[in-house]
Design a protein around this ligand. Structure first.
Ligand SMILES: Cc1cc2nc3c(=O)[nH]c(=O)nc-3n(C[C@H](O)[C@H](O)[C@H](O)COP(=O)(O)OP(=O)(O)OC[C@H]3O[C@@H](n4cnc5c(N)ncnc54)[C@H](O)[C@@H]3O)c2cc1C
Length: 282
């Protein structure tokens, strides 16, 4: 398959990219690693007239450890983060190897994956679990968007026309937080049929805060607030794990597709959550 015709431009700075996006409106689309957009073009699922390659914009390639968070530029590749290990942001490190294959992660970007908002993608689930902040750049400046309001449905985000995701801020979690990332896929490198991201803060052997997210089960990743509440103040013993996984299975509303029925996905959510909690238990 070949893509429909398009005009390609590769601006050298963000201001220029924003000007081109503003000039062409919804005819134009940013191109990052191309690992999702290029297949979409080839399958004619997207037909932008103008592709704005943001790969040469230096300010989108920053990766900085600040006192309480990591600032990761939108075009930082997934592989770069994987190799860096991002101390203090363990969930990000744990999730990275599940994204496709190494060759894909060498091109695919942090911002591209989050902006693309694939319901089965790992990075949106990580962002939601750790309460990451997405920073959108537009011609009028920057604005911050919480992960809880960024994902607006399958393959939809809450960026305005003409805005670019410029960077993502991942908070550094306390050293008492233990993380686990579990997913089930039919083959290594495939998109998940269901997955769990967990960051559990444990003080004096009891859960002080549990952040649990299920993904690949519906339009967007979802926080498992029922399961989080079921764990509050408890030690991670067998009864707590059972209560949390039952709460998770009851609160999700999985979709039905060729990869799994809602009932099957509910069971996967419960089983993956059990495994994640076993892993973080002291
Ligand atoms: C075989 C294969 C297997 C894969 N498996 C997985 C997997 O298991 N898990 C997973 O999560 N992903 C998987 N992917 C997708 C991959 O991770 C992509 O890297 C990711 O989805 C998109 O990142 P990208 O940088 O390639 O973005 P692109 O493909 O360039 O762009 C994707 C979309 O985001 C928009 N966009 C990109 N950057 C920005 C920005 N800064 N601001 C605003 N909009 C932007 C584009 O306009 C486009 O609409 C797979 C891809 C392939 C080809």
């Amino acid at each position: 398959m070949k893509p429909p015709p398009f005009v390609y431009c590769r601006p050298g700075d963000l201001a220029e990219a924003l000007a081109v996006l503003a000039e062409h409106g919804d005819e134009a689309r940013p191109l990052a690693g191309g690992q999702s957009l290029v297949p979409m073009l080839n399958h004619r699922l997207a037909r932008p007239g103008v592709l704005v390659d943001i790969g040469a914009i230096e300010e989108l390639q920053r990766m900085e450890r600040r006192p309480s968070d990591w600032l990761i530029g939108a075009t930082v590749t997934q592989r770069r983060v994987e190799r860096h290990r991002v101390e203090g942001c363990e969930l990000l490190r744990l999730a990275m190897p599940y994204i496709g294959h190494r060759q894909i992660r060498a091109r695919g970007t942090i911002g591209g994956s989050i902006a693309h908002a694939d319901p089965a993608a790992e990075l949106p689930a990580v962002a939601l679990t750790v309460d990451a902040t997405m920073v959108a750049a537009g011609r009028d400046g920057e604005r911050a968007i919480d992960a809880s309001s960024f994902f607006a449905g399958p393959y939809m985000n809450s960026l305005e026309d003409g805005e670019v995701l410029s960077h993502v801020i991942f908070p550094v979690l306390p050293s008492t937080t233990r993380c686990s990332f579990k997913e089930f896929a039919r083959r290594k490198g495939d998109f998940a049929v269901a997955g769990i991201a967990a960051a559990v803060d444990i003080t004096d052997r009891a859960v002080s805060t549990a952040r649990l997210t299920a993904f690949a089960i519906g339009s967007n990743p979802v926080r498992l607030t029922g399961a989080e509440e079921a764990l509050a103040g408890r030690s991670l013993d067998a009864a707590a794990l059972t209560d949390a996984s039952e709460a998770a299975a009851a609160e999700v509303e999985p979709w039905d597709d060729i990869h799994g029925s809602p009932q099957y996905r509910r069971q996967l959510v419960a089983a993956l959550l059990q495994r994640a909690l076993q892993e973080v238990a002291p």
